[in-house]
Design a protein around this ligand. Structure first.
Ligand SMILES: Nc1ncnc2c1ncn2[C@@H]1O[C@H](COP(=O)(O)OP(=O)(O)OP(=O)(O)O)[C@@H](O)[C@H]1O
Ligand SMILES: [Mg+2]
Length: 223
């Protein structure tokens, strides 16, 4: 990786020195800025690819999704300044939702989805309202959803969002969703985009159920 990182660092360093030169007019300054921004972007791409290539085997654990989403939102809100935006955890249903997944990888997947929701899932001039939902799908399958109330994604774009390097953001790498899906698959989970009626996006993660302890029948009242 150093073969790519070192020359990139050299370019960035030179650009920084250039930026400090006083003889530059504003057009030149702007160009140095462009060099710098694209170096940052390239660096992010490299980081992401490295993450993929050294992808560790997942270590699945039994997780209670209801608690997991609460913890995730609490942690995310602590580490990131949400400003006027809101991020809420919602756990529906009365039964504990046990899913089998690597907690660290799950965290990375949902972190990416929330990051996107806060960035793209807003209407102009309005704060973003993002929900992380844990619920039970058909046959008790555990489902995790990241839902925003933004403009949604038109079908033509939605068809490409999971492709590597597809981005509509000036400084995006376009690897976020690609990596999220790869990592989901490594956890026997499926990640898909679902349209939200009335506008907004939903990224749905369908997880692998974990065997609950002592669930022998409907009459079983053990908890
Ligand atoms: N919640 C969302 N609402 C609307 N569009 C979205 C949403 N999430 C993703 N997208 C679209 O999907 C594209 C691809 O997303 P992805 O996370 O893969 O890359 P990125 O966000 O552009 O770059 P990076 O993740 O490196 O910052 C985005 O550029 C955006 O156009
Ligand atoms: Mg992204």
């Amino acid at each position: 990786a150093h073969e790519i990182r070192n020359p990139l660092a050299a370019i960035r360093y030179s650009a920084q020195l250039l930026a400090e030169s006083r003889t530059m007019d504003s057009t030149d300054q702007r160009m140095v800025e462009i060099i710098n921004n694209h170096c940052i972007r390239l660096n992010e791409i490299i980081e992401n690819i490295l993450q993929l290539s050294r992808r560790e085997r997942s270590r699945p654990e039994t997780l209670d999704l209801g608690h997991w989403v609460q913890d995730f939102v609490a942690e995310y809100s602590q580490g990131n300044d949400l400003g006027v935006d809101s991020l809420r955890a919602i756990a529906t249903g009365t039964v504990a939702m046990a899913a089998l997944a690597d907690p660290q990888q799950l965290q990375q997947v949902v972190w990416n989805l929330v990051q996107n929701a806060l960035r793209y899932g807003r209407l102009p001039g309005e704060p973003a309202r993002v929900m992380v939902v844990a619920r039970q799908g058909e046959h008790g399958v555990p489902i995790l959803e990241v839902i925003d109330r933004g403009p949604g994604i038109v079908p033509k774009v939605a068809a490409q969002i999971f492709e590597p390097f597809y981005t509509t953001h000036e400084y995006g790498t376009g690897l976020g969703l690609y990596l999220a899906r790869q990592m989901s698959e490594a956890n026997q989970a499926a990640l898909e985009y679902v349209r939200v009626a009335g506008g907004g996006s939903c990224f749905r993660l369908t997880l692998t159920p974990a065997q609950m302890r002592k669930r022998t029948g409907e009459d079983d009242i053990n908890e």
